[in-house]
Design a protein around this ligand. Structure first.
Ligand SMILES: [Zn+2]
Length: 305
């Protein structure tokens, strides 16, 4: 597969949300360099500067008043204790508003602590999620977003992400040890290939129906190289021992079940028991524990605008 700049950018993004993870230790050096490259690119490319400027999607307005008050009190007590770009978990917890600085996506990324994994009861969107855009790609907390609201450039052609694949092989092996057979049926799809698939579905079922189960070209998560469809890609997979195991354990390998049952209005797609998305283990544990979809977790929508 071609290792274009985009591939490097994508890899850097993935690594940045798993930098402290157990599974990508051997690649830690690579994203460090790549991150610098990204920063340089964003700074030097004036065409990108407008969109590369960090847009922080903060839900501060939703935060309880008392939490803000506490934060202010803590800041007054020890204003010097909050580093501008520190990114330390303690600093993030004390000062969610501090994450407006432009360095955050490149330097600190997501919360690297399993202690901070939110639950449905205490979930509050954590330290302000940093959303940023690089060369037409949208990242939130280091996670490349591809859904009906966030598209990918037609020339974004990274191939399958190697970390994602290696994690899938681990998943596959562990499932096999349980007597379960999980296999990769479909992973990376180029923009052009997705066009063929989608157009065939539209011709067969009409656009409205096709849009419920197939992405338009440029909107497929498979174009990221971070999504895999396993086994039988239809509802016959639902309820099989493999599907049940996948749903219960895929987060242990950095994946999330991307389109859960009953969330079509949120994700934009009907329940897909077979589609998993690699987000890194920190993020997969956090999202799995929250019980939320990716869209809910990041506070974004998914519909064709
Ligand atoms: Zn899929």
């Amino acid at each position: 597969m071609k290792r274009s700049l985009f591939a490097v950018l994508a890899a850097a993004a993935v690594i940045s949300c798993t930098a402290c993870g157990k599974d990508v230790v051997s690649r830690i050096d690579e994203p460090t360099v790549s991150t610098e490259a990204v920063t340089t690119t964003a700074a030097e490319n004036t065409a990108v500067t407008t969109t590369a400027a960090v847009t922080t999607v903060t839900t501060a307005a939703e935060k309880p008043t008392e939490a803000v008050t506490t934060t202010e009190a803590q800041q007054e007590e020890a204003p010097a204790a909050v580093p501008a770009g520190g990114g330390e978990s303690a600093a993030q917890q004390q000062a969610p508003q501090q994450s407006q600085q432009s360095q955050q996506p490149a330097q600190s990324g997501p919360v690297h602590s399993h202690d901070a994994v939110p639950t449905p009861d205490n979930y509050n969107y954590g330290p302000a999620p940093a959303q940023y855009n690089i060369e037409g790609l949208t990242y939130i907390q280091g996670v490349l977003i591809a859904n009906k609201s966030y598209s990918l450039p037609s020339n974004f052609n990274p191939g399958m992400d190697s970390t994602c694949l290696n994690q899938f092989y681990k998943l596959q092996n562990d499932a096999s040890a349980q007597g379960l057979y999980i296999y990769d049926s479909s992973d990376f799809r180029s923009y052009d290939y997705q066009s063929q698939i989608y157009n065939n579905y539209v011709a067969r079922d009409g656009q409205a129906a096709a849009d419920t189960y197939s992405a338009r070209p440029g909107y497929s998560e498979h174009q990221t190289g971070l999504a895999i469809d396993v086994n039988q890609i239809d509802d016959s997979f639902i309820g099989t021992p493999e599907a049940n195991w996948l749903e219960a354990h895929c987060h242990e390998y950095g994946f999330i079940l991307r389109y859960p049952r009953g969330k079509q209005d949120i994700t934009g797609y009907k329940y897909e028991s077979w589609h998993i998305r690699y987000v890194g283990t920190d993020m997969s544990y956090a999202i799995h524990s929250s019980g939320l979809t990716l869209e809910e977790y990041f506070g974004i929508d998914s519909y064709y605008h």
